[in-house]
Design a protein around this ligand. Structure first.
Ligand code: OGA
Ligand code: MN
Length: 298
């Protein structure tokens, strides 16, 4: 069958869709996520599968509303490392100061916490060190710096499509090893503590190319936060391929960037997109997240 070409749909009759880039990411206006009937939820899901990242502005909603909205699309997955908010089902990402510019603050945080606030963000798909990584996240901005603290996403289907035929045949059917080993979650732990975490979350061999269970489309599924090695290649070959592939997300053509406002809610699909929190700010930023459980990548 001829492959479909052209941009995704923008006609969902219940709301207005404004693409944030031609193929990837869309802002939905004209609805409040806590007032949706079943038909509207169905249409949101269609738009989500088409655009991968959806953005809703001005959502005056409680944590319970956020949770209730997310639960239309799956079951909650509690994050093993992030702090919990009002309920165990809400994760909190709260940077009280400057991740990038304030060295004293960074030192204080890494001395008192197992988590490190890094000088720069990292491209990642959430928690791929797990056997069944969460498939999506619903993130709302609660407190924001006056400027900065954007989030960038990359469309891993476009990344996959853009690879050469040679690379595609090298990675199709191959796995990569994902673990928590080098992630910020275990930074600052002793080697023994890290070993404990690796027992709790044994390294996983996930396919490098995954097929989306709903859309059937293929995407590149490796990320620099959690991938330790590419399986079945020599150390040198694997490292070179890893470097080449993890650089692909840097192409602006594959990206969308969100400038948050308080009350902006974003929902994304970890099965086909990666994201990058931009650590360029120096005032408090607090985000709250509901994460949904996913299947084993295949
Ligand atoms: C997340 C995450 C990005 C951000 O919630 O998984 O990476 O910009 N957040 O806060
Ligand atoms: Mn994340």
């Amino acid at each position: 069958m001829e492959k479909e070409v052209g941009p995704p749909n923008t006609d969902y009759d219940r709301f207005v869709v404004r693409p944030l880039t031609p193929l990837f990411g869309a802002e939905i206006s004209g609805l409040s996520v806590n007032e949706l009937d079943d038909e509207a939820i169905k249409r949101v899901h269609e738009a989500w599968m088409d655009w991968k990242v959806l953005v809703f502005r001005n959502q005056d909603i409680s944590s319970d509303d956020q949770l209730a909205f997310a639960l239309n699309f799956g079951e909650v997955d509690r994050h093993p490392y992030l702090d919990a908010g009002k309920s165990e089902d809400i994760s909190v990402l709260d940077n009280p100061g400057s991740p990038r510019f304030d060295r004293a603050y960074q030192a204080a945080v890494s001395a008192t916490s197992k988590r490190e606030l890094k000088a720069f963000g990292r491209w990642h798909t959430d928690a791929t060190f797990r056997e069944r990584p969460p498939y999506s996240s619903f993130l709302i901005a609660r407190i924001l710096p006056s400027v900065g603290g954007d989030t960038v996403w990359a469309d891993m289907e476009q990344v996959y499509e853009g690879l050469s035929a040679d690379i595609k045949s090298l990675i199709d059917g191959r796995t990569a090893t994902h673990s928590v080993r080098k992630s910020s979650f275990v930074h600052g732990m002793s080697p023994e503590e890290k070993e404990e975490e690796l027992k709790r979350f044994p390294p996983q061999h996930h396919p490098m190319v995954r097929t989306h269970p709903v859309t059937g489309r293929k995407s590149l599924y490796i990320n620099s936060a959690f991938v330790d090695r590419i399986d079945g290649l020599s150390e040198g070959e694997g490292r070179e391929l890893y470097r080449e592939l993890t650089c692909e997300v840097h192409r602006p053509e594959y990206q969308m960037r969100l400038r948050w406002e308080v009350g902006t809610l974003s929902m994304w699909d970890n099965r086909c997109a990666q994201h990058y929190p931009v650590y360029d700010y120096y005032e408090r930023r607090r985000m709250e997240r509901v994460t949904l459980a996913g299947d084993r990548p295949s």
